[in-house]
Design a protein around this ligand. Sequence first.
Ligand code: NAP
Ligand code: ZN
Ligand code: ZN
Length: 353
Amino acid sequence: MANQAKAFAAQSSTSLLAPLTIQRREVGIHDVQIAVLFCGVCHSDLHTARGEWGGSAYPVVPGHEVVGKVTKVGGSVARFKVGDTVGVGCMVDSCRTCASCKESLEQYCDTGGTIFTYNSPDKHIAGAMTYGGYSDQIVVNDGFVLHISPKLDLAAAAPLLCAGITTYSPLRNWGITKGHKVGIVGLGGLGHMGVKFAHAFGAHTVMFTTSESKVADGKRLGADEVVISKDAAQMAKHANSFDFILNTVAASHSLDAFTALLKRDGTMCLVGAPEHPHPSPSVMNLIFRRRRIAGSLIGGIKETQEMLDFCALHGIVSDIELIPIQKINEAYERMLKGDVKYRFVIDNSTLAN
Ligand code: NAP
Ligand code: ZN
Ligand code: ZN
């Protein structure tokens, strides 16, 4: 018996997302079947649906900020039971045997074996690609399923699975804590979570935005200061002062205005992954103060669970706008204009409409 699911998919880089019936695998002994309640809308969904990174295989069913209820578990699944509230983020499998996987850094699987939640080869269904959370159900190996505290607002918790972990992980990796001055560039889905985490970790948090209209929100979300990054005079006041800057911007831009703000030995970590490359950064900005530009990809499964537990303890969730799946194409256009406060989340029950 085929295990069919309702989904929304892009059929080409230029087509709108539209309904599609997809096939999920039967629940294997290590699998968890999840009825998807909510799915966040990440800018990566748009990049992939529109083929902006190359390598998109159509149809693309995006969605990697999944929260739902367990409806069935395989015979060898001990950590989850029917009715549990669970999450699925950006990965659904990896090689599990390489050094990175053994350290629970599955996103950096040394064999290239990371299976992403969508647009990765699906080893369970011959010739198929993985399909994400713009769907009414998903089947995932239990090693890649996360526990979500029922204390959290479940719709607002969904973006923690990508926007949350992608900002939490580099802030933790660089040891951000009280006494540090931290910049977050771009007040979108990732950026607003970055501000919340940097503030929660005790850092002096500065939000950089191109949008005058977001200044008050930046402060409300936890920023100590908000800087309009297009204003050279405002930027100059912060020269040579940052320990760490997290850059979440989804479009190509000059990095030099930000590297100039780092202290000696300071780091700017890029998590934004724009379609077109950034202009080559100024070497002088880097060598004269031994500054660094780094990158970071989501976070491992162990750290994602740690982040979810931290959020449950501190009451941290995303600021969201809940939408029916039928509004997804409109949501993409609004995301491109920066018109979202600060993450769209799909109410997956609307797939039944
Ligand atoms: P988003 O909600 O669209 O936010 C991006 C923000 O970037 C915007 O709100 C805007 O902030 C700023 N921005 C956009 N265009 C800009 C431009 N031309 N110049 C300057 N600033 C601009 O996107 P998101 O979902 O947070 O994702 C951000 C990026 O991270 C995407 O490229 C996504 O693919 C990537 N990503 C990476 C990872 C990873 O593991 N590394 C994980 C998830 C997502 P202001 O209005 O405040 O300026
Ligand atoms: Zn994402
Ligand atoms: Zn591996």
